[in-house]
Design a protein around this ligand. Structure first.
Ligand code: AHR
Length: 519
């Protein structure tokens, strides 16, 4: 063999070895099936519906006179799709909108409600036809609990207190009678109360100290009068990694007096890439895929940072960290109103959703709620609508596949994830969580982050006969569902039998798999 031919031979053998090695890459996953871990609060699968763009109007509300099939003005197709997700909670009416919302404008006969403005989001008219009763009807139709945010930025404690009395009073006060006259004699249940929104920003640019003084007032007077269900009060918390609000509120809470209290602290953090949001939601390549996944994994560090501060003041973990706004915030879909925050939703979004849910689940001892932004037609949505048509996004499918993890008990898993490398970005190649569902079944959720290589995950599971579930994969990382092609990204059934106490799960590139281990 001449020198050059020998070199060529070595290169070919070496690259064949690398290729074979990649194909045969095996991630060994072990779990302690008998360990009953922390409960994964179902509220981490929560949603957020703000009066923003076509999120509420068109997305949920079409009005009773619409040709779109509806129940009391609320779209039937959307309700049916959301019921499959077993949505535990919906946050409403905002967002920035909440701090300019005056609830009285959204009750009473629809034709008497005033048109107001929505200066935050496109400066459009807010017809107020979707108000308190319509939201609570919607929540009830999809079987979700209500998370209502009161207006601290431009409202008053009295306005908030009266809203709560209107919604929850079970005695015939004038406000309760007004609610009855408006069609709902029974008190509503409000499971969560947000006291302001982003008070460090659009909610009034308040210093932590100033907000704290407001929090004490609102947490005392915005009372829940419905004894049937406790209401958790959630304080505005950090903006991403800024710890000022976390420190101030948790420190004050530790030495609080009897007259105020909270049960949760909110954290907002979006996966943006760069500001203003300019990452395309479709038509992108591996560079943007890797960059955004790298950024989304920062959620882990954020939760660790804020949890560590909370642990100092609340070692018993009485206060939940509520990640009540998160998700991918990308460039607006060309041709749409940029103030409406409309974006397509690709397989990359599905991976982002799975990775974040896994992070929340692993921090279940502190993270008790998370609300992806936003439910329909806005940011990282579950559902997109176009007049009477509706499609489920890749993110929707992740939420549907993860339903068995709601209120399941975390089962510790160990595995060496390996790496997915793109340029100078290196990410764990695989992510996984396991949990024991309420009915005793053991579930595994696995994400193959690598966009190029299939990975085999070898699960050692004595007594397990097969793994049965679904896989969400797609032709490309930027594959999307459209009104013309609504099932390009859709879960497919997945079954693998075990052999000699092991199941080998073949995870396609950039895919998410959820399986039950059946014995
Ligand atoms: O979800 C869109 C906006 O993002 C919300 O209104 C606000 O709270 C956040 O800045």
């Amino acid at each position: 063999m001449t020198g050059i031919r020998a070199l060529l031979f070595i290169v070919i053998v070496a690259s064949a070895h690398v290729a074979r090695g990649q194909d045969n890459d095996v991630v060994r996953l072990r779990f302690a099936a008998d360990e009953a871990g922390t409960k994964i609060d179902r509220h981490i699968f929560g949603q957020f519906a703000e009066h923003l763009g076509r999120g509420v109007y068109e997305g949920i509300w079409v009005g009773p006179g619409s040709t779109v099939p509806n129940t009391r003005g609320i779209r039937n197709d959307v309700v049916a799709a959301l019921k499959e997700l077993q949505v535990p909670v919906v946050r409403w009416p905002g967002g920035c909108f909440a701090d300019e919302y005056h609830w009285r404008k959204g009750i009473g006969p629809a034709d008497k409600r005033p048109a107001t403005l929505n200066p935050n989001w496109g400066g459009v008219i807010e017809p107020n036809t979707f108000g308190t009763h319509e939201f609570l009807d919607f929540a009830q139709q999809i079987g979700a609990e209500a998370y209502v945010s009161v207006n601290v930025g431009s409202g008053t404690p009295q306005e908030a207190a009266e809203w709560l009395e209107y919604m929850t009073a079970d005695k015939p006060s004038a406000l309760a009678q007004e609610r009855a006259a408006n069609g709902h004699p029974d008190p509503y249940q409000i499971a969560f109360l947000g006291i302001g929104n982003e008070s460090w920003g659009c909610g009034g640019t308040m210093s932590p100290e100033y907000y704290l003084s407001q929090l004490k007032i609102y947490s005392r007077y915005a009372r829940n009068y419905n004894g049937a269900e406790a209401m958790q009060r959630i304080a505005v918390g950090p903006d991403g990694g800024d710890v000022a609000y976390t420190e101030a509120i948790m420190k004050a809470w530790q030495s609080k007096v009897w007259s105020w209290d909270i049960e949760g602290l909110s954290l907002h953090s979006y996966t943006v890439g760069k500001w203003p949001p300019s990452y395309k939601s479709t038509g992108f390549g591996e560079a943007e895929y890797a960059a955004l996944l790298k950024e989304t994994l920062r959620m882990e560090e954020l939760i660790r940072t804020h949890s560590a501060i909370m642990d100092v003041y609340d070692p018993q973990k009485k206060i939940g960290l509520m990640v009540d706004e998160w998700g991918a915030w990308l460039a607006p879909t060309p041709g749409t109103n940029p103030g409406f925050l409309e974006q397509q939703n690709s397989q990359r979004d599905a991976i982002i959703a799975a990775l974040n849910i896994d992070i929340f689940a692993r921090h279940a001892d502190r993270v008790r709620m998370a609300n992806i932004a936003q439910m329909i037609n806005v940011l990282q949505a579950m559902i997109l609508t176009d007049k009477d048509r509706m499609i489920r996004t890749p993110t929707y499918h992740v939420y549907r596949m993860y339903v068995p993890f709601q209120d399941a008990r975390l089962v510790p898993v160990t595995f060496d994830a390996g790496s997915y490398v793109y340029g100078n970005i290196s990410l764990p190649r695989v992510d996984a969580i396991a949990a024991r569902a309420k009915n005793g079944k053991l579930w595994l959720a696995l994400t193959n982050v690598d966009p190029n290589r299939t990975v085999k995950v070898e699960v050692e599971a004595a007594g397990v006969k097969q793994a049965v579930g679904e896989m969400l994969s797609s032709p490309k990382v930027d594959s999307v569902n459209t009104f013309e092609s609504p099932a390009t990204v859709a879960p497919r059934p997945f079954v693998e039998s075990s052999s000699r106490g092991k199941v080998i799960l073949k995870l396609l590139p950039h895919s998410i798999t959820v399986v039950a281990l059946e014995s």
